[in-house]
Ligand binder design. Structure first.
Ligand code: C2E
Ligand code: CA
Length: 478
């Protein structure tokens, strides 16, 4: 101060103050600019002005914003391009949970999953809700596929556990499909679609996760080919029916009925198993025609056998979707009337899924079927999602224990306990219980000791053509 005049001090102070204000303004502006750039480029939080970018229930980005993020990442990926991972994650039991415990429960379940998901991902990960029952995840920080795998294991560990809400327990059931940039494609829409294809494959094969492979594309093409051939098959009657005897093991192994099973003899592919074409027919909406054809042929066969003194109850499989169709009941009564079938000789096999999809409709149809004099069997029992409370209300006559329990029962204590449990549960509810796919004497003896009423399976007979079935019946009943 001793070396400065008073005017010089004033000028310097004003200068310092001015530069301070400038620096402050610059700093504020910089922050503002940063914020603006971030929000304008890729908004992560919902804003009033852009509500269509977010899912209202979870506040997560929607499909549109997810694709924007993906497009941004791919266009800004410098050479050599870094790995960008797109994961599709489906919540496979959301519909069942909502049907069983109500929509509010379902919404809460999905919301809880979304919260758990956000806890397990990195700061930079984008998690979006891209469909009613689906999340999409975008991750660009991984270098190696092993990191992606670790991430998937973490996702499964966090999501596939139990959820409790209003004293009900639900286990998280998810499917995961993965596609990688630039390995699989460098196009935004394709990458997204490839993750969907991988997810479809995962859910169809019931695996924990699937990565997209060229072969998935081939499978989709093959499936399209199969759909075209199925149309052809429906028109030109390439189907035929076989009949598998059902045996009463508590009454001298008497044949009491037969399950009607469809076969498809394709002109070039050969025999296509129903496990392959039924799901495809269901997806393509062709199952109604096929089920209808089976029902009509079974009615014809029943009335033919009845006229020739063979009073055998025929059990016809009905697809989940078809059973709940408004026209289903009138079709059944139409065929019964047309072929003069005794309704006591006709049984419909429906799965738990059919019932759970639309409980009210299914219950209504079940009651109508029963009032017409037909009987009802609950197929593949034990694998689905039946609530025991609901089971009491179903007017079914029979539970069919899923083949996988029977298969492992002799060597696997928990399968044996489950089989025994289902038999006792069925009996407590006044139902008959039939075990499927009985292949050997050990299984038969164990089932007899559990008090199981009926069986079907290769131990007694494979599904047979009508003539062979008649011969079997004559030989066996002697
Ligand atoms: P499902 O209703 O569980 O039928 C029983 C399946 O077990 C049949 O397979 C039958 O051939 C097979 N099976 C019978 N005994 C044994 C055994 O001892 N061991 C083993 N390992 N398997 C045995 P299939 O005929 O291949 O049918 C598979 C599935 O396709 C059926 O499972 C059913 O869900 C569906 N399906 C078959 N025919 C029809 C139909 O006419 N309409 C509809 N909607 N679905 C059908
Ligand atoms: Ca069946």
């Amino acid at each position: 101060m001793a070396f400065m005049t008073f005017e010089a001090f004033l000028i310097l102070s004003a200068f310092a103050l001015f530069s301070g204000i400038l620096a402050y303004l610059y700093w504020i502006n910089l922050g503002l600019e940063k914020k603006l750039t971030k929000i304008q480029a890729l908004p992560k939080q919902p804003t009033q002005s852009e509500p269509t970018f977010y899912d209202a229930a979870t506040q997560l980005p929607n499909q549109r914003l997810f694709l924007d993020h993906l497009s941004f990442e791919i266009t800004h990926s410098k050479a050599p391009p870094k790995m960008i991972v797109v994961i599709k994650l489906s919540v496979n039991n959301l519909n069942e949970v909502s049907a069983l415990y109500g929509r509010e429960f379902g919404n809460n379940y999905f919301y809880e999953l979304s919260k758990r998901l956000q806890k397990v991902v990195l700061e930079t990960t984008i998690v979006a809700r891209t469909q009613e029952d689906e999340f999409s995840i975008l991750e660009s920080e991984f270098k190696y596929v092993s990191e992606v795998l670790n991430f998937i294991y973490r996702l499964r560990a966090v999501l596939c556990t139990s959820y409790e809400y209003q004293n009900q327990l639900v286990i998280g059931q998810i499917g995961i499909g993965v596609a990688l940039y630039p390995n699989d494609t460098d196009k935004v829409e394709e990458l997204y679609d490839y993750a969907s294809l991988a997810l479809q494959l995962c859910n169809r094969s019931q695996s924990d996760y699937e990565f997209y492979q060229q072969s998935v594309n081939l499978q989709v093409k093959a499936q399209k080919g199969l759909i075209n051939d199925l149309y052809e098959a429906v028109q030109s009657e390439q189907f035929y029916l076989v009949y598998q005897p059902q045996i009463d093991i508590q009454d001298n192994d008497k044949i009491i009925g037969a399950e009607v099973l469809i076969r498809w003899e394709h002109p070039t592919r050969g025999l296509v198993p129903p496990n392959i074409f039924i799901p495809v027919a269901e997806e393509a909406g062709l199952i109604y025609k096929i089920d209808e054809w089976v029902l009509e042929q079974a009615c014809k066969q029943s009335s033919y056998w009845h006229k020739h003194g063979l009073n055998i109850k025929l059990a016809v499989n009905v697809s989940a979707d078809h059973f709940n169709q408004p026209s289903f009941i009138s079709k059944v009564s139409q065929f019964i009337f047309k072929y003069g079938v005794n309704p006591r000789l006709l049984e419909l096999e429906i799965t738990e899924t059919a019932v759970m999809l639309e409980i009210t409709k299914a219950l209504e149809h079940m009651n109508e079927i029963k009032s017409m004099g037909l009987s009802l069997a609950l197929d593949d029992f034990g694998t689905g999602y039946s609530s025991l409370g609901y089971l009491r209300q179903f007017p079914v006559d029979k539970l069919k224990i899923e083949a996988s329990f029977v298969k492992e029962m002799v060597n696997n204590k928990s399968d044996s306990a489950l089989t025994k449990g289902i038999i006792h549960l069925g009996h407590d509810l006044g139902l008959k219980v039939l075990a499927e796919a009985v292949e050997n004497k050990d299984q038969l003896e164990l089932l007899k000791s559990f008090g199981c009423d009926m069986v079907q399976g290769y131990y007694f007979s494979k599904p047979l053509l009508p003539k062979a079935f008649e011969e079997y019946l004559i030989k066996f009943q002697k």
